[in-house]
Write a protein that binds this ligand. Sequence first.
Ligand code: KG4
Ligand code: ZN
Length: 342
Amino acid sequence: MNNYKIKQDPVILGIESSCDETAAAVIRGRKLLSSVIISSATEQAKYGGVVPEIASRAHTEAVDEAVKTALKDAGVTLKQLDAVAVTYGAGLLGALLVGLSFAKSLAYTLGVPLIAVNHIRGHLAAAYLSDEELKPPYITLLASGGHTAILHTKTYTEFEVLGSTLDDAAGEAFDKVARILNLPYPGGPNVQRLAEKGAANIPFPQSLVKNSQNLQFSYSGLKTAVINYCHTAEQKGERICAENVAASFQCAAIDPLVKKTVECALKVGAKTVTAGGGVAANDYLRLTLKAECDKHKIKLVLPEKKYCTDNAAMIAAEGLIQYTAKNFAPMDINACAQIPLK
Ligand code: KG4
Ligand code: ZN
């Protein structure tokens, strides 16, 4: 299984199908050649969130087109592929199996290595596509729908978790607040749009929990505070200013992430900070993290917004790391609904 000849700048196809995006991308070395995303979000929006069965069916219909388009856009033929990288977890099982089975068949037929990618490691690897010079060590702010953590990436394959959330993830909190404010799915971008029109003048509790052992975040208290604020106003017959609620929530959710990420970088002496995951597409986070990094002369590497939310370019980027480490997957590898961060 590990007898493949390792190339210098391999051509890698990445496939992602863990949630509601069917995505395919091609890289040559660290250069991104193409990235295609076919989303079932509009269909899912009718149900207010992702329906797993609908996601699986949508992937089945879209995966072939996504891969063909990615190859065409990259100007690469199937025969030129040196490896196929695919998300094997975490995510919705049925959805993952569509991409994984497709990738297995392709790798098997082409006689190239199959690389099984942990979706979260994909989010971390997205930064490599933004800056070809980026190399460890650095600090990463990871904020997605399932994870919120500050990591110290020490080598291409190893990181230490410096802090994480005790309960909800930041993205989950954005989605819940969107529901409280009757905003449609997907919640995060809609909360951001509303927040841009409001003032952060409601003192919601910040999502930071401190103890001597670890640096932790908590989003359940913030979410409850937003619910209570809206319900109390409703009971009093007062109209809430949804724009101000969104802006105040956004600050309470994001300010601690930015502050602590930079504090961690200063503490460990890291000269570079990166970010990844859907919440890293948030403009307020991007602006405040940039300002804070500039203040301390820390280099910030932010993936483009489209590579913060789910995509296959990041899966191909992590695929390259695993390819270089000769970490290839057996053909009987199964999809995993949950994979611990560490
Ligand atoms: O990384 P991602 O696409 O999927 C997961 O792996 O979870 O992250 C999705 C999460 C959702 O909770 C979504 O509401 C949030 O990222 N998100 C945002 C923004 N765009 C996506 N949250 C705040 N502001 C945004 N602009
Ligand atoms: Zn994701």
